[in-house]
Design a protein around this ligand. Structure first.
Ligand code: SF4
Length: 450
């Protein structure tokens, strides 16, 4: 007679190990998180080193030439140190670029084609699933610290900005239904996430492809559109930060929710330029809107609104006068946080052929002048915050103190609040501070009793 099942020694299976490299923007990071979550659920372990992995997945970026070079170099490094490499992500939409330099990769799959990545992994390193050993947290695998998470609400984009090939790489706008997004947000908050960062290629377009389809969540009906999404996310008790919003008129509604602190009074709007003629050549969404007037209106409605943006200088055909127009626009707009890129041609982008390219030394000079102007605005706006009391979320703590952020700072891209006396603070905790001084991009603060 065979012994009862429960007396049998458990059979431990070999756990297949995957290495994973994630390059590119937060949207690519979310793709990586999804792939890793599925792989963990299937019983794969994630190896921190190339050498200990049995296969490496590289999630690439193909946005600008510098990102393509970085992706190709990373694939080369993974091949050299491991030898078995699957490539996915934006650059995967142009397999010929990868294969001409690295013909020995196992497979190339395109952006957000999760199924094809998993299929390739299964083919080259079959799963060894054991449901009793493979425990997966309900919120999935995340690559961000436990206290904040990116929430991707859609894929792709319906715009056709002349400098961008994302629509060709990632396809047309495909929004997730609102109840699906809210269920994910709820899972993240229950797992301890205190800040949700809403991302997509064009957050203001959310739901247009679904014709703003309705759905029920927690017994309440919502439509798949930005205002409903912001309103519902605002009930979860976490900070909600909106990224990649364009200044369309319907965005005004969201400012009301910001004034009521249902979502953070923070808008990340990639304006890219201040000259209407350049914006037209860029084929930017909402380029015909009077943005300065709209910014003024938003600030009247929500005085402590923080505005962050990115710009491109040296766009093909940009004249001295257009660049001066940009600087004038920036001085008037008084944006809080600003990033800037020198135009860099991306293979396949329409902008490459629309006008003569601005010579590199001129681009360099314009970049320096733009950043000088942006830095002066930033320093002055931060100086005005000295003395304010703020609630901050702590990101890191070490022997030099804590690095935290208030409502006005997004992780990774903005400045920070530095707290020297960090006793009792830990990453992911809240603190109340008073701003004691400011430099060009950061605030310095001390802890206060609440
Ligand atoms: S809005 Fe423009 S820049 Fe952004 S992804 Fe769409 S086409 Fe590219």
């Amino acid at each position: 007679m065979s012994p009862p099942d429960r007396q049998r020694a458990p059979v431990r299976r070999r756990t297949p190990k995957i290495g994973f490299v994630s390059l590119g923007c937060p949207k690519a990071l979310v793709d990586s998180e999804r792939i890793l979550t599925t792989l963990r659920a299937e019983g794969y372990a994630v190896s921190p080193s190339y050498e200990r992995a049995e296969l490496v997945v590289v999630n690439t970026c193909g946005f600008i030439d510098a990102a393509i070079d970085e992706s190709l170099e990373t694939i080369g490094e993974a091949l050299e140190r491991n030898g078995r490499v699957i490539v996915t992500g934006c650059l995967g939409a142009r397999p010929e670029r990868i294969l001409e330099r690295h013909p020995h990769v196992l497979k190339v799959t395109g952006p957000h084609d999760y199924a094809a990545v998993l299929e390739a992994v299964h083919e080259h390193l079959p799963p060894q699933h054991d449901p009793f050993l493979d425990l997966l947290p309900p919120q999935g695998i995340r690559l961000t610290p436990p206290h904040y998470a990116y929430l991707k609400i859609s894929e792709g984009c319906n715009n056709s900005c002349s400098f961008c090939i994302i629509p060709a790489l990632r396809g047309k706008l495909a929004s997730r239904r609102i109840d699906e997004v809210l269920a994910e947000a709820e899972r993240l908050v229950s797992a301890g996430v205190k800040e949700l960062l809403v991302i997509s290629q064009d957050t203001s377009a959310y739901g247009a492809d679904l014709r703003y389809q309705g759905a029920e969540w927690r017994g309440v009906g919502y439509r798949s559109r930005l205002i409903d999404l912001a309103r519902a996310l605002g009930t979860l008790g976490a900070w909600v930060r909106l990224h990649y919003v364009y200044p369309y008129p319907h965005v005004d509604e969201v400012i009301g929710l910001m004034a009521e602190r249902r979502v953070l009074p923070y808008l990340d709007i990639p304006f890219q330029h201040g000259s209407p003629t350049v914006l037209k050549r860029m084929r930017r969404p909402a380029h015909a809107e009077n943005v300065l007037e709209r910014i003024g209106q938003w600030r009247r409605q929500c005085p402590d609104l923080t505005l962050r943006s990115t710009f491109i200088v040296g766009f093909p055909g940009e004249t001295d006068a257009e660049f001066e127009e940009l600087l004038k626009w920036l001085r008037e707009a008084q944006l809080d946080r600003v990033g800037c890129f020198r135009y860099s041609p991306v293979e396949g982008a329409a902008a490459n052929a629309i006008a003569a390219h601005v010579p590199a030394p001129v681009q360099e000079e314009r970049y320096a002048r733009f950043m000088e102007c942006a830095a002066a605005i930033s320093a002055e706006r931060l100086r005005r915050r000295v003395g304010e009391r703020l609630r901050v979320l702590v990101d890191t703590v070490d022997e030099d103190g804590a690095i935290a952020r208030s409502e006005a700072e997004a992780p990774e891209i903005d400045g920070v609040v530095r707290i020297a006396d960090a006793e009792g603070l830990a990453p992911g905790t809240w603190a109340d501070v008073q701003v004691t001084s400011a430099d060009t991009y950061d605030l310095h603060a001390r802890l206060v009793e609440r």
